[in-house]
Design a protein around this ligand. Structure first.
Ligand code: PLP
Length: 415
């Protein structure tokens, strides 16, 4: 892809004929609860067709669909493509690793790449030891287990609007659309979670073992808590002898302009959960904590108390190390881009939440706006309980020229 070929190019109606064909095939073979087929529901109502586009290729901030349409991805693929889709250095590291070792035996036999990654994570976070996983929810579950062991108390404080994943351990703590997500599973989820208002009054923590919070809520609507709230939460958590967990699956690895959002406010967690942008696309995550937190587990006696088949996958570790190296120069330059974008949006009279390259534009009808933007070549999703913001969380490498093009499309949609 040439440098000047990074702006949208739409060749067909959206979704195009090839996307439609593939989505019809998908609907036959995938559980229907996964991919939204809005066209079927909407067409019965006579509304617009908004089936998904099917991705064929992605590079940098661009996605090309199976009809050859080129988009700018303002979601970074759910925040994963921090250093751009298919970042050449990250891909090269993965390919090189594939030539030597693709799989290793989790808790039984490590390899050197995993050890190097654990050392790098400790250096970057200032925390001591980690448990690697394959998804954000894996990391959240490892953090919840660590909090339980370290504090000795089962109760967990989690917040309204929080999104921590949908696996069985993460479901009870997820607040965003919580009742709907928990629906049929409620009876299997326990009653150990106490919920408080995100950014609001902090309840009595005397019975709480673990406090789990996103420093900025992502899926919940790019919600930034009031200044000083995280510090107060940290102070009260420590005073109560509870364990403070920051879920930075979304905010981590440069999304907010620092390596981690906890550095924005100088509040240090006992445990940090990382995922998404960690390896530029490979599914890998980490629950990393202080020595005190992680050593609370005690030593393995041969049967690991927590592990999984793909723990510390060598390709993921190699790609994560390369991604972290890329972020060294990508994060500083993204700060200016994020600030410029925020200023541009605010100068248009828009109310914008967030920090760095994690922004949410408050507006009505975000679903319709996101579909209209898709037809203009921009991938953006609503966020928030009622879809009250349009999320803008592009790859940190997205250029001002690409974002300028987005601003013009947004202006056209609003006029
Ligand atoms: C803050 C946060 N935590 C946890 C998760 C769950 O991650 P995953 O979907 O990889 O399990 C997400 C996913 O969006 C997230 O944003």
């Amino acid at each position: 892809m040439k440098a000047d070929d990074t702006l949208p190019k739409i060749l067909t109606p959206i979704p195009g004929p090839e996307s439609r064909n593939w989505v019809d095939r998908l609907a036959e073979r995938e559980c229907p609860a996964i991919t939204a087929r809005r066209a079927r529901r909407a067409s019965a109502l006579g509304a617009v067709d908004d089936d998904p586009i099917v991705w064929a290729e992605a590079m940098g901030s661009n996605v090309i669909d199976v009809d050859g349409n080129r988009y700018i991805d303002l979601t970074a693929g759910f925040g994963v493509a921090s250093v751009g889709h298919r970042n050449p250095k990250v891909i090269a590291a993965g390919q090189e690793q594939m030539n030597t070792l693709v799989h290793v035996m989790g808790d039984a036999y490590p390899d050197t790449g995993r050890i190097r990654l654990l050392e790098m994570l400790a250096k970057k976070t200032g925390l001591a030891r980690a448990i690697l996983g394959s998804s954000g929810s894996d990391g959240v579950e490892a953090a919840l287990k660590t909090g339980r062991i370290m504090s000795g108390r089962p109760q967990v404080l989690a917040f309204t609007g929080a999104y921590h994943g949908l696996s069985y351990g993460a479901l009870p703590v997820t607040g965003y659309h919580g009742d709907a997500f928990r629906g049929p599973f409620q009876a299997q989820l326990g009653d150990h979670v106490v919920r408080a208002e995100f950014g609001g009054q902090i309840p009595d923590l005397s019975t709480i073992g673990t406090v789990l919070v996103e420093p900025i809520q992502g899926r919940g609507g790019i919600r930034v808590p009031p200044a000083g709230w995280l510090q107060e939460l940290a102070d009260k958590t420590r005073a109560a002898g509870a364990v403070l967990v920051f879920d930075e699956v979304y905010t981590g690895f440069g999304r907010t302009g620092n390596w981690f959002a906890f550095q924005d406010e100088n509040v240090r967690p006992d445990i940090l959960v990382l995922g998404k942008g960690m390896a530029g696309g490979f599914p890998i995550s980490a629950c990393i904590g202080t020595a005190e937190a992680m050593d609370a587990w005690g030593a393995s006696t041969g049967e690991a108390l927590h592990t999984q088949t793909f723990l510390g996958n060598p390709v993921g570790c190699a790609m994560a190390l390369a991604c972290i190296q890329e972020l060294e120069h990508v994060i500083p330059s993204s700060v200016d881009t994020g600030r410029w974008l925020m200023d541009e949006l605010v100068s248009r009279g828009l109310t914008v939440r967030g920090r760095g390259m994690m922004l949410g534009i408050e507006m009505q009808n975000t679903l319709a706006v996101s579909r209209a933007l898709l037809r203009r070549g921009f991938i953006a999703l609503p966020a928030g309980e009622s879809g009250e913001v349009l999320g803008v969380t592009p790859p940190l490498t997205t250029t001002q020229a690409q974002l300028q093009c987005f601003l013009e499309a947004l202006d056209a949609e609003r006029s």
